[in-house]
Design a protein around this ligand. Structure first.
Ligand code: C2E
Ligand code: MG
Ligand code: MG
Length: 648
């Protein structure tokens, strides 16, 4: 029973409960109504009985009639004057009792002389009229119902209390059928009223419950499914797919510049963009795909029936193209980029939650690598057992000084003099050998270990700077910071404390941050950078051009250096537009009073081109690969020997 109840929907439970309550209420009201109608009929009967008895007792009865059972002529006289008169007025039977509760007269002669019952006694004692419905009393149990009215009578005025009781039976059947008719009408009306009430309540609750259900499973803004619906409905879709042996995929889509648009154009325009994005997604998908908005600028797409594995990536490409078409918002045309992570079912996860988690890992990679679309790769998943093991090792490595810094020199143009070095971290892994930062930094970034790692790098870099200074080598050293470092409010204090500890002047340190780091939270980033600047620390904008640049940040941030991303520099010889970008960036930097550094210089031609464009500094394999501190010392020595002008 309990289980049955629990299986009922909320609406089902409400209907059943309210129906029972309405039925119970209806029954109680019907019974009360019936009783009231009957009571009224009895009161009417009492009034009739009293009127009749009044006439009879006044004009016909004598006090002596109550002395003893009447006989003979007096009985005949009472038959005619009392009983017949009352019968003509509608009475069915007449009885007269004296104070001793003895039948002194009745039109049923057989009972004259018999004792009366308790009711007569009650009427005698109370001296009040009362009545009730009797069954089958008149025609010897033939089932005729009658109203029995007991009327105390006073024939001798002096006496206190009634002298006797007149009992009159009045017909009930007609009254009963009137009562039944009235009751039926009232109960009918009542039932109809209650039914209308119940139906309207049912309707209100049904509509409210539908609305609640919709709200619970859909996103208010776009009308798409929400996370709960993706989980529930998605589970069924996967289950159906499994039965039919289908491959499925979950795509997690994130709009890259949404926050910026929301902040600059306002929330209404942000909402409009999301609705438009939802519409475009709907257009790209088939009707049996499930599209959900998970919150903010994040959407999920469940593709339950893939013709082949590659279809997920093909669709992701179409989704990305659709989302990246320009949007017209409040008279402004804006563009967003989308990053998409793909997780395949069943290999990457066998439920929606697992697929979502894995697609999220892939989406993070897509964002981080700026590739736009990535499929889940277990080797890059910070939560996979292998990565978790690696993370534990990395944590130990930071503590056990297994990390090493390599230093890549930067040279000024046109002199070729070494102007400083960039410190680049590597992991000297006991089994895997020297690991490049790309293999472990994303892991550290996603887990918070980056804070300790950066402290280690700063400490090691400044210790090295101190050692060089002691050696008479004044070599400014650049260190890379990530978004988490810049947003960490304690970071400037840590830098100050380390500069102090190693006795390195602030202006010998340069902090490099990438454009994407600034975009994470421009205001907090600016505040952090101002504090570093106040210590004399130099600031460089790294990988310029590769991220989502905004000229506004360039103007507002306290920068010293602009580092052109190596992707433009490497190809500037063969690609005219890359060359144009490099040229424009050099001009831009010069006008903003910034030192421009070209990264990734690998050939003499590029070097010459950059010199021609009056780029300030170059860095790249052509000059030197990143080197351990000892090798760098040797490199500097040999460079001095070869060309004393280019040495420090
Ligand atoms: P980045 O800061 O832009 O550093 C320059 C990267 O370009 C280095 O890669 C360097 O080896 C490479 N590179 C320099 N010249 C050339 C060239 O001519 N050709 C090519 N193909 N590559 C060149 P690396 O050391 O693998 O570092 C990659 C990225 O990892 C860095 O890019 C930086 O963003 C990050 N990174 C490295 N060390 C650290 C660190 O200590 N902390 C943080 N937060 N990030 C670091
Ligand atoms: Mg750098
Ligand atoms: Mg760079």
């Amino acid at each position: 029973m309990r289980r049955l109840w629990l299986r009922l929907s909320l609406l089902g439970r409400f209907s059943l409960l309210s129906l029972l309550v309405v039925l119970a209420l209806g029954t109680v009201v019907a019974v009360v109504l019936h009783q009231r109608i009957e009571r009224r009929a009895l009161l009417d009967a009492e009034r009739t009985g009293m009127a009749l008895s009044h006439v009879a007792s006044r004009s016909v009865l004598h006090p002596s009639d109550l002395d003893a059972p009447v006989t003979g002529l007096r009985r005949v006289e009472l038959d005619v004057r009392l009983a017949d008169a009352l019968r003509r007025s509608g009475a069915l039977r007449v009885k007269l009792f004296n104070r001793s509760n003895v039948h002194v007269y009745s039109d049923d002669h057989a009972i004259i002389g018999r004792d009366g019952g308790p009711k007569t006694l009650t009427a005698l004692q109370r001296g009040k009229v009362f009545s009730h419905v009797a069954h089958g009393v008149v025609d010897n149990g033939r089932g005729v119902r009658a109203l029995e009215v007991y009327i105390p009578i006073e024939l001798v005025r002096k006496q206190r209390g009634p002298d006797g009781v007149l009992e009159i039976y009045l017909p009930y059947e007609a009254v009963a059928s009137d009562i039944a008719d009235d009751t039926r009408t009232l109960v009918g009306l009542l039932a109809a009223g209650l039914l209308v009430l119940w139906l309207s309540l049912f309707n209100i609750v049904r509509r409210a419950s539908r609305r609640l259900r919709r709200q619970a499973l859909h996103d208010d803004l776009t009308g798409l499914a929400n996370r709960a619906r993706l989980r529930d409905h998605g589970a069924h879709m996967l289950e159906d797919g499994r039965r039919e042996n289908h491959t499925a995929a979950l795509l997690l889509v994130d709009l890259d510049r949404f926050k910026e648009i929301n902040d600059t154009l306002g929330h209404d325009q942000g909402d409009a963009l999301l609705c438009e994005a939802a519409d475009r997604l709907r257009d790209v998908l088939r009707h049996d795909d499930l599209l959900a908005r998970l919150g903010g600028d994040e959407f999920a797409i469940l593709l339950p029936r893939l013709p082949h594995r590659g279809a997920a990536a093909e669709l992701a490409t179409r989704v990305r193209a659709a989302l990246e078409r320009p949007y017209a918002l409040a008279g402004v045309t804006v563009e967003v980029e989308a990053s998409i992570g793909i997780a395949l079912y069943p290999e990457d996860g066998d439920d929606v939650a697992e697929l979502l988690r894995r697609a999220d890992v892939a989406m993070y990679d897509a964002k981080h690598n700026r590739s736009g679309i990535e499929a889940y790769d277990r080797a890059r998943d910070p939560h996979s057992p292998e990565r978790l093991a690696l993370l534990a090792e990395l944590r130990r490595a930071v503590e056990a000084d297994e990390l090493v810094l390599h230093f890549q020199p930067k040279v000024a143009l046109p002199s070729g003099a070494v102007s400083g070095v960039e410190a680049l971290v590597r992991w000297q892994h006991p089994q895997h050998g020297l690991m490049p930062p790309g293999e472990f930094l994303p892991l550290a970034e996603r887990t918070g270990l980056i804070t300790d790692l950066t402290r280690w790098v700063l400490d090691a870099a400044l210790r090295q700077a101190r050692a060089w200074l002691d050696d008479g080598l004044d070599l400014p050293i650049a260190v890379n910071l990530t978004a988490a470092n810049v947003l960490d409010v304690s970071m400037p204090d840590v830098v100050a404390e380390m500069l102090e500890r190693h006795g390195v002047p602030g202006d010998r340190l340069i902090c490099e941050i990438s454009e994407n780091t600034i975009l994470a939270d421009p205001r907090r980033t600016a505040a952090s950078l101002q504090r570093l600047r106040a210590m004399g620390v130099g600031l460089a904008l790294d990988d310029f051009g590769a991220g989502q640049s905004s000229m506004a940040y360039l103007k507002d941030l306290p920068l010293d250096e602009l580092k052109i991303d190596r992707s433009f520099v490497a190809s500037m010889g063969g690609d005219a537009s890359d060359a144009a970008i490099v040229r424009a960036t050099i001009d831009l930097g010069r006008h903003l009073g910034l030192r421009v550094v070209a990264e990734g210089v690998e050939t003499g031609d590029v070097y010459a081109d950059l010199a021609g464009l009056r780029c300030d500094v170059v860095q790249g394999y052509l000059v030197s690969r990143p080197l351990p501190a000892g090798d760098l010392r040797a490199w500097l020595g040999s460079r001095r020997q070869a060309d004393p002008a280019t040495a420090l």
